[in-house]
Design a protein around this ligand. Structure first.
Ligand code: C2E
Ligand code: CA
Ligand code: CA
Length: 726
C-alpha cells in the first residue's frame, strides 16, 4: 500500500477518534455542570428555607419572651397592686388577680409573689396552689432571675425573662419588682416584692407557635436533634435548656423530586443521542478500516494472479527480516523459461492465462508456509522462514520445478514451459532485502546461464563470477570500441583430398587483466551486454577483407541468433561484402538452431534474404539440440555442420557411428552437403568421409590460425608445416 494512502487513512481515523473523544468530553462536562447546578439550586433552596424557618422560630421565641415580659411589666407596675401588698387581704387579692387567672390565661400559667426576704406569699400554677417551694420547683435560677429584677431600679426598665427547666417542664420565666405606677408613691426598699410569671411550653403552646409562625412539625426537645432544624432556649447563664425542633421542609429537594422524571427523560435522551453519535462514529471507523483493508489488499496484491505483488513481497520480507529472530530466510526467485515466446506467438491473453495457471500450480505444489509473490512479468518469488538446511531449500525448489515443468493446457494448446530458479539464504538477522534480492538475482542469472530448468543456490563464488563478468564486459566493450576483435581461421578441408576448401572465422579476444578468454565465455557476455552485433560485424568485416586476398576458397562466419533479429543485418552484410570485394557466394553464415525455434519467421526471412544476396547459410552444431533434418529443408539451409561432440564419440562407439552415418545420409538424401567438425583423429576423419561428409574441420588438419599463418601455410610456397600442430 502506498505510504501516502496509509497515512491519509490513519490520519482520518485519528480525526474521527479525536472528534468522538472531544464530543464525549464536552457532553459529559455539560452533563456534570447541569447536575451540579441542579444540586446547587436544590441545596440553596433548602438552605434559604431552613434559614427562614430558623428566623421564624427565633422570632417565635422572642415573641414568647417579649409577651411575658410585657405582661409582667404591666402587672408589676401597678399602684393598686403595690398598695395591696401592705394590706391584710394581700394574699386574697394576689390570688384573685394573678394566681387564679393562670388557669386560663394564654400569657402565663404560673404566678409567684415573693417578698424581698424570700418569703413566698403566693405560688400558683394553673389556678391552683403549687404545693411546693417555688425555689425547688424552678431551681436555683429563680433566685438569679429575682436578683436581676431587684437590680432594675427605675420603673419601665427591662424585665428579665429566661427559660428554666421547672418541675412541670420547660417554661419561659420572667420576674419584676412590684412598684407603684405613680412616682409620688414612696417605695420602701426594705419592703419589696417580686412578681414572677411563667409559661410552660406545653405541646399545645408549641403547637400554637408552630401554627402562628408557620413552622410545621415543631416539637420541644431537651437535646438537639441533628436530623432536624433546632433553635435553643437559653437559661439565665446563656446555657441551652431545651430546643425547639422541626423538620426541614427541603423545598429544593421536593422541587428536585418533582422534576426528577423530566430530568431522567432528558438524561436518557442525552445518553441515546451520545450512543447514536458513538454508533455513527464506530460505523465510520469500521468503514474506514474496511476501506483501508481493501486498499491495502489492492496495493499489496497482483490483480491477475491474486498473489502478492512486488510491494506485498517487499512488505512481507521486511516484516520477515524484522521477526526472523535468528531463523534463516530463504528466497527463491523463479523466472519462467520460454514465457516470452508464448506471449509473442499467441498473444497476451494466453500469456495471462498461463501466468494464472503457474500461480495456481505454485500454490498447489508449495507448502502453506511458503509466501508466494509475482514480482512482475514472468518473475515469481517464494519466501520461507525457518531452518537453513538444504532439505528445506530442496522442498521448495522441487515444488517450484514440479509446478512449471509439466505441460499447461491453455485454450486447447499444450504449452511446455520451464523455470530457472535462483536461491538465496540469509542466516544473518541483519540481512537487508536489497542484499537478499541481489544474491538471489545473481543465482537466477547463473541458473539461466546454465540452461533451462535449473536451480542455483547463491554462493559467494557466484558473486565473484558476476563481478568477473562485469569486468569482462567492460573490457570487451573497450576492445570493440578500440582495436576491435581479433579473428583466427580454421581450415575446412576436402574429405577426400584433404585440400583446403575454406576457413571458419573464429573470434579471439584477450582480456587485458585475464589474458586469452574463450569465445564460449565472451560471446554470451557480448550477447547479454548488447555487444554481439558490433562484435559479429567486426568478425564478418575482417573475415571478408582477409578472404578477399586469398584464392577463391570459402569463408564461414558465425552469426548469433540475436544478430538475425536486427532487420538491417542482411543489408549491412551486403555492404561489408561490397566494400571488402568478396563474392557473396564465397561466404557461408553459420547459425545455430536456437533462432529457428524462438523466432522462426524472422529466421526464415533473414535466410531467404541472405540467399537472395548469394550468401550461403549453414546450420551449425547440429545434433545436440532439437532441430530436425526437416528443418534444414524448411528453412532452406545450404549446409549442415554436425556438432563436434558427435565426432568425438565416433572412436570405437558403433552406435554413435551409426547415428552419425544415418544423419549424414539423411542430409545427403535431401542434397544438403555436410561438414564434420571436431575431427581430431584419422579414424574420425575416415568415418566422416565414409558417411558422406564432404568437408572436414578439426585439429587433425589445423587448429584455428591467424590470417598470416593461413596465407603462409596454404597460399605461398614453400609451405610451412607448423599448422598441423600449432
Ligand atoms: P563453433 O562454431 O562450433 O566453432 C568450432 C569450435 O570448435 C571452435 O571453438 C574451434 O576452435 C573448435 N574446434 C575446432 N576443431 C576442433 C577439434 O578438433 N576438437 C575440438 N575439441 N574443438 C575443435 P572456439 O573457437 O572456442 O569457438 C567456440 C564457439 O564460439 C564457436 O563454436 C561458436 O559457436 C562461437 N564463436 C566463435 N567465434 C564466433 C563469432 O565470431 N561469432 C559468433 N556468434 N560465435 C562465435
Ligand atoms: Ca561455427
Ligand atoms: Ca560448430
Amino acid at each position: 500500500m502506498p505510504r501516502s494512502l496509509v497515512s491519509t487513512t490513519r490520519h482520518r481515523r485519528h480525526i474521527v477518534a479525536l472528534i468522538a473523544i472531544l464530543f464525549i468530553a464536552v457532553a459529559s462536562t455539560f452533563a456534570v455542570i447541569v447536575l451540579r447546578s441542579i444540586d446547587t439550586i436544590r441545596n440553596t433552596a433548602n438552605q434559604i428555607d431552613d434559614a427562614r424557618a430558623v428566623d421564624a422560630a427565633s422570632g417565635a421565641i422572642e415573641a414568647l419572651r417579649s409577651q411575658l415580659s410585657g405582661t409582667i411589666h404591666d402587672n408589676a407596675t401597678w399602684d393598686g397592686a403595690y398598695k395591696q401588698l401592705n394590706s391584710i387581704t394581700r394574699k386574697y387579692w394576689i390570688i384573685e388577680n394573678w394566681a387564679l387567672t393562670g388557669s386560663d390565661n394564654p400569657l402565663y400559667d404560673t404566678a409567684v409573689v415573693i417578698d424581698v426576704r424570700g418569703k413566698v406569699i403566693v405560688a400558683y400554677k394553673d389556678g391552683r396552689d403549687l404545693g411546693i417551694d417555688p425555689t425547688s420547683y424552678f431551681g436555683p435560677d429563680l433566685d438569679t432571675l429575682i436578683a436581676q429584677a431587684y437590680n432594675v431600679k427605675q420603673k419601665g426598665g427591662p424585665v428579665p425573662v429566661q427559660f428554666i427547666q421547672t418541675g412541670g417542664g420547660v417554661a419561659v420565666v420572667g420576674a419584676a419588682t412590684i412598684r407603684p405606677r405613680i412616682s409620688a408613691t414612696r417605695v420602701e426598699e426594705g419592703n419589696l416584692y417580686a412578681l414572677i410569671f411563667a409559661r410552660h411550653l406545653t405541646p399545645s403552646v408549641v403547637n400554637k407557635l408552630s401554627q402562628v409562625f408557620r413552622i410545621g412539625g415543631m416539637t420541644l426537645n431537651l437535646a438537639k436533634d441533628e436530623q432536624m432544624l433546632n433553635v435553643p432556649l437559653d437559661d439565665v447563664w446563656g446555657r441551652h435548656v431545651a430546643y425547639l425542633s422541626w423538620p426541614s421542609k427541603l423545598p429544593g429537594s421536593r422541587s428536585f423530586l418533582a422534576v426528577r422524571s423530566q430530568l431522567a427523560i432528558g438524561c436518557a435522551i442525552l445518553v441515546l443521542f451520545l450512543a447514536a453519535i458513538g454508533m455513527v462514529g464506530l460505523a465510520i471507523i469500521r468503514k474506514l478500516r474496511e476501506d483501508e483493508a481493501a486498499s491495502r489488499y489492492k496495493a499489496f496484491h497482483d490483480p491477475l494472479t491474486g498473489l502478492a505483488n512486488r510491494a506485498g513481497f517487499a512488505n512481507f520480507l521486511q516484516n520477515a527480516i524484522a521477526e526472523a529472530n535468528g531463523s534463516a530466510i530463504q528466497l527463491h526467485l523463479l523466472d519462467l523459461d520460454g514465457f516470452k515466446g508464448v506471449n509473442d506467438a499467441w498473444g497476451h491473453a494466453t500469456g495471462d492465462r498461463l501466468l494464472v495457471a503457474v500461480a495456481d500450480r505454485l500454490r498447489a505444489e508449495l507448502p502453506s508456509y511458503a509466501f508466494v509473490a509475482r514480482l512482475g512479468g514472468d518473475e515469481f518469488s517464494v519466501v520461507t522462514i525457518g531452518t537453513q538446511d538444504a532439505l528445506e531449500h530442496r522442498v521448495i525448489s522441487s515444488g517450484i520445478q514440479r509446478a512449471v515443468s509439466s505441460e499447461f493446457a491453455i485454450e486447447g494448446r499444450l504449452i511446455q514451459l520451464g523455470g530457472s530458479v535462483g536461491v538465496s539464504v540469509v542466516k544473518d538477522v541483519d540481512a537487508e532485502i536489497g542484499e537478499l534480492m541481489r544474491t538471489a538475482d545473481i543465482a537466477l542469472y547463473q541458473a539461466k546461464d546454465l540452461g533451462r530448468g535449473r536451480t542455483v543456490v547463491y554462493e559467494q563464488a557466484l558473486n565473484a563470477v558476476r563481478n568477473e563478468r562485469a569486468m569482462l564486459e567492460a573490457e570487451l566493450r573497450q576492445t570493440l570500441c578500440g582495436e576491435g576483435i581479433d579473428v583466427k581461421y580454421q581450415p575446412l578441408v576436402d574429405a577426400g583430398s584433404q585440400e583446403i576448401q575454406g576457413v571458419e572465422a573464429l573470434a579471439r579476444w584477450s582480456s587485458p587483466t585475464l589474458g586469452p578468454v574463450r569465445p564460449d565465455i565472451f560471446i554470451p557476455i557480448a550477447e547479454k551486454a548488447g555487444l554481439i552485433d558490433v562484435l559479429g560485424m567486426q568478425v564478418l568485416e575482417r573475415a571478408a577483407t582477409t578472404a578477399a586476398r586469398w584464392p577463391s576458397i570459402g569463408v564461414c562466419v558465425n552469426v548469433s541468433p540475436l544478430q538475425l533479429q536486427d532487420q538491417s543485418f542482411v543489408r549491412r552484410a551486403a555492404e561489408i561484402l561490397e566494400i571488402a570485394g568478396l563474392d557473396p557466394s564465397r561466404l557461408t553464415l553459420e547459425i545455430t538452431e536456437g533462432v529457428l525455434i524462438t523466432h522462426p519467421d524472422q529466421a526464415r526471412r533473414a535466410i531467404a534474404a541472405l540467399k537472395a544476396l548469394g550468401v550461403k547459410v549453414a546450420l551449425d552444431d547440429f545434433g545436440i539440440g532439437y532441430a530436425s533434418i526437416g528443418a534444414l529443408r524448411k528453412f532452406g539451409f545450404d549446409r549442415l555442420k554436425i556438432d563436434k561432440s558427435l565426432a568425438a564419440e565416433l572412436d570405437g562407439d558403433q552406435k554413435a557411428a551409426d547415428v552419425f552415418h544415418a544423419t549424414v545420409a539423411l542430409a545427403n538424401a535431401l542434397e544438403i552437403p555436410v561438414t564434420a567438425e571436431g575431427i581430431e583423429t584419422q579414424s574420425q576423419a575416415m568415418i566422416a568421409r565414409l558417411s558422406g561428409c564432404d568437408l572436414l574441420q578439426g585439429y587433425l588438419f589445423s587448429k584455428p590460425a591467424s590470417a598470416d599463418e593461413i596465407s603462409a601455410h596454404y597460399f605461398s610456397s614453400p609451405k610451412i608445416s607448423v599448422l598441423a600442430n600449432p
